[in-house]
Design a protein around this ligand. Structure first.
Ligand code: PLP
Length: 214
């Protein structure tokens, strides 16, 4: 089931992408290590997790599979050390304090932690993320931090307006020639996101099936 779902999601990606590299991230929140193992056996190596506590057991039990782990959930300042030590990418950096802590707490032996700034592209009160007009200021500071590499931006758009929001994200990325990554697109809108330039798509439901929580 998971293997055939993965094949189908990959074929959707391949049919829509033009020149860009698109990395499929299998969002494994609420999924067991054995479900993740099924995806690994089908060739999937990038996984995304939202909740630190549940992710650590899985990361530990699946060590040795050469996996790349992406943290995509809300970040509490007191949890940054474990994130810095156990993940390869963090998509949900939404304030300078978090970037500073991740840099301070990233072990030098691990190499740079890849980070994305989460953008509240639709300016929704209920969502976290930076506002576009504050990006320039924070980027200068983030680029001076030694143990993280800023790679680009991430968003979770309002589903009613996502084509337009994805366009805004692409426009934002194009302002910074040294950035290369846009994390956008989930099960329901990955085609739209890839058409607008996504390089990382985060897909849960269409790989693993319906979840009991978000
Ligand atoms: C849960 C989640 C996803 C995956 O969503 P699906 O609709 O299940 O594909 C992607 N990104 C984030 C930030 C999520 O929390």
């Amino acid at each position: 089931m998971i293997a055939s779902n993965l094949r189908f999601v990959k074929s959707r990606i391949d049919s829509i992408k033009h020149n860009q590299e698109v990395q499929l991230i299998a969002v494994s929140k609420a999924r067991s290590s054995s479900e993740i193992q099924d995806a690994i056996d089908a060739g999937q190596l990038h996984f995304g997790e939202n909740y630190l506590q549940e992710s650590l057991d899985k990361i530990t039990s699946l060590k040795g599979n050469n996996l790349t782990w992406h943290f995509i959930g809300p970040i509490q300042a007191n949890k940054t050390a474990s994130i810095a030590e156990n993940f390869d990418w963090v998509h949900s950096v939404d304030r300078l304090k978090i970037a500073k802590r991740l840099s301070d707490q990233r072990g030098a032996d691990l190499g740079h932690l890849n980070i994305l700034l989460q953008i509240n592209i639709d300016r929704e009160q209920t969502k976290s993320g930076l506002l576009v007009e504050n990006i320039d200021e924070i980027i200068i500071e983030v680029n001076s931090l030694p143990n993280i590499s800023l790679r680009g931006f991430m968003c979770i758009p309002n589903p009613h307006n996502s084509a337009n929001s994805f366009n805004e994200m692409a426009k934002l990325l194009s302002k910074y020639s040294y950035l290369d990554s846009l994390s956008m697109g989930m099960s329901d809108d990955l085609e739209l996101a890839i058409e607008r330039g996504a390089t990382l798509v985060r897909v849960g439901t269409d790989i693993f099936g319906k979840r009991n929580y978000n």
